[in-house]
Design a protein around this ligand. Structure first.
Ligand SMILES: [Zn+2]
Length: 274
């Protein structure tokens, strides 16, 4: 078995691998997700080995990788025929109405670490001078005062060798709004005492999903120590012009990666989209 430390380095962005085996618990959990739903997620190149029915940010749906999709969102993913096969990818819907201010807020339950990481994440995006400008607002606002992207706390124990660090509530909507937010697992804080840079990097990764990025290695999940190649399914991922076609191990948008900042190609991808 690989050591804890190596695996930690391997798997910062979304999940942390403790062992390479699939537990009975995982199999049991997966069987709760209807087969047709699993098939749609698989066709959209999500690794459904840990997929589970979940209630998240007020909706019922499925947690898969470090994402959550309502059943309606899963149907939407399944209806999108796109081209994969290169290295940086976006989903079909992007945030529109550019230039645009995106408000973000963080659950006080995530403490000083969550608060400081939110500020650092905002600075990280705004330093790229995109047409999206991120600003912080108070958590818990209603209506017009509700943040475009809310960062909530959830608590989920490690299971079957993995702990989920963050979980994004899908991709941008068809209306062109960002996904409504993401969660950060406070069990991660308790278990592993992550650094500010690690939490900031995970938040930046989850914001990447909220504004339309898929995992750089979504076809292979090589960053998670896997080598999946499912062939030519054409669902839900569009190549971003100008990004490399070779391996990109330092991308912040690797499924499981050590990165806590944008690499040069991430910056190109952000520039192209926003
Ligand atoms: Zn992710």
């Amino acid at each position: 078995m690989k050591t804890f430390k190596n695996l930690w380095v391997l798997a910062l962005s979304c999940t942390l691998l403790f062992s390479c085996t699939t537990s009975e618990e995982d199999l049991t959990t997966q069987s709760e997700v209807p087969q047709d739903v699993l098939a749609k997620l698989t066709a959209a190149h999500f690794d459904t080995s840990g997929a589970k029915l979940t209630h998240f940010m007020g909706e019922d749906g499925v947690a898969v990788e470090d994402m959550f999709f309502s059943f309606a969102q899963i149907d939407e993913l399944a209806s999108e025929a796109q081209q994969p096969f290169q290295k940086h990818y976006r989903t079909s819907n992007l945030v529109t109405g550019l230039p645009r201010q995106i408000t973000v807020s963080v659950d006080p339950n995530l403490g000083n670490l969550g608060s400081d990481a939110l500020d650092a994440m905002i600075a990280m995006y705004n330093a790229e001078n995109l047409q999206l400008n991120f600003t912080r607002v108070n958590f818990g606002g209603k209506g017009k005062n509700k943040a475009d992207i809310e960062v909530t706390e959830f608590y989920e124990l490690e299971s079957g060798g993995f702990i989920t660090l963050g979980r994004a509530a899908g991709f941008p909507t068809r209306k062109g709004d960002p996904a409504k937010g993401f969660g950060i697992n406070s069990r991660w804080f308790e278990l592993l005492n992550p650094s500010l840079a690690e939490v900031t990097g995970t938040m930046a990764h989850e914001v990447g999903h909220c504004i339309g990025f898929r995992h750089t290695d979504y076809m292979t999940r090589e960053s998670c120590g896997q080598n999946i190649n499912e062939g030519s399914a054409r669902v839900g991922a569009i190549y971003i012009e100008g990004t490399p076609t070779g391996s990109d191990a330092t991308s912040l948008m690797q499924a499981c990666g050590p990165a806590d900042r944008f690499n040069a190609n991430d910056k190109i991808a952000l520039d192209v989209l926003y």
